[in-house]
Design a binder for this molecule. Structure first.
Ligand code: AMP
Ligand code: TRP
Length: 329
């Protein structure tokens, strides 16, 4: 059986990059695959955090995902299911320092001040591999920034199998969307759209109202040239390319088709169309999120049920991994 697993950090409100790069395909994939989706709160404490904020952000992220149409039976928070941390520890002992040293996300997040970051941030990719493999998941829908972590997970699975002399963990495949796998910051087209950017104007979030979207797109950085008629004309025009990609992805068109429609004109008419499209797609999600958030207890009880199912499925797999390693059972 083929299984899908993916996760999102509850470190802020999910944004358009999360939606187009990951969440939207999660909703489609759950129709055909046995799927689990996880609020990875263990990952969220790898960077400095505030406990009350983490609690609130976990609830908001859960509400956004439910509002996008995720199956409530398969959504849970990572720390509620012990298999993640148990397999994560085993993988800390399978993975190699040399492999972790190559991880670009660690380098990006740690920046120059590497010595002062948590040990958790460094071993983060091992835990991510455990998240996936604790379910014997084979397909992992993620944005482009997770490509390297998926490769590492495969290296870990292979080394575990080799060292224990078994064919226990499957190879996994990242499912990365063809367009919008890396949605960029609205104020700087060379940076990824992210929850942690200090400027709220840099991202559209899934709780934005009509006015927020209008203002953010109005202020989104562009350049002074008209839009080109061909995709090649977007080379080195990072902001223009990003906005065209967002429009294409949201309207299920190719960037070529979007440029056929808007090429030759300035940004005015295009920004208006983009704003309308974003309002049409995002505002209903924002409204449903708000409605769900007025029933916090309900969200908590859904997550608990999701965690029970996730435990039932991953417990036998992780127990077997523990037995293979030589732990008394
Ligand atoms: P995170 O917010 O880092 O937990 O990411 C959750 C999911 O969203 C992962 O699959 C990421 O690859 C994806 N993602 C995050 N930022 C972006 C972005 N700017 N563009 C596309 N996908 C993204
Ligand atoms: N590392 C992912 C991110 O930052 C989140 C994540 C954690 C994840 N565990 C996962 C994604 C397992 C896919 C599968 O976006």
């Amino acid at each position: 059986m083929q299984r899908v697993f993916s996760g999102i950090q509850p470190t802020g409100i999910p944004h358009l990059g999360n939606y187009l790069g990951a969440i939207r395909s999660w909703v489609t994939l759950q129709e055909t695959y046995d799927s689990f989706y996880c609020l990875v709160d263990l990952h969220s404490i790898t960077m400095p955090w505030e406990p009350e904020k983490l609690r609130q952000q976990t609830l908001v992220t859960a509400a956004c995902l439910l509002a996008c149409g995720l199956n409530p039976d398969r959504l849970y928070n990572q720390s509620a299911v012990s298999t993640h941390a148990r397999l994560g520890w085993i993988f800390n002992c399978v993975s190699r320092l040399g492999w972790l040293n190559r991880m670009t996300q660690f380098k990006d997040k740690a920046g120059k001040n590497r010595e002062n970051h948590s040990a958790g941030l460094y071993v983060y990719p091992n835990l991510m591999a455990a998240d996936i493999l604790a379910f014997h998941a084979t397909h992992v829908p993620v944005g482009d920034d997770q490509r390297q972590h998926i490769e590492l997970a495969n290296d870990i699975a292979q080394k575990f199998n080799h060292d224990m002399g078994v064919e226990f963990f499957p190879q996994i495949q990242g499912l990365i969307p063809p367009h919008a796998a890396r949605v960029m910051n609205l104020r700087d087209g060379q940076k990824k759209m992210s929850k942690s950017d200090p400027s709220e104007q840099s991202r559209i979030i899934l709780t934005d109202k009509e006015d927020d979207i209008t203002l953010k797109i109005k202020r989104a950085k562009t350049d002074s040239e008209p839009l080109p008629g061909e995709v090649e004309g977007l080379k080195d025009r990072h902001e223009a390319r990003n906005l065209i990609t967002i429009y294409a992805s949201l309207s299920d068109k190719t960037p070529e088709a979007v440029l056929q429609e808007f090429g030759g004109n300035g940004f005015g008419q295009f920004k208006k169309a983009l704003t309308d499209l974003l309002i049409e797609k995002i505002v209903p999600i924002a409204q449903e999120t708000e409605r769900l958030l007025s029933h916090e207890d309900h969200i908590i009880s859904l997550l608990r049920k999701g965690a029970e199912t996730a435990s039932t499925v991953s417990e036998p797999i992780v127990s077997e991994a523990e037995r293979l390693v030589g732990f008394l059972r």
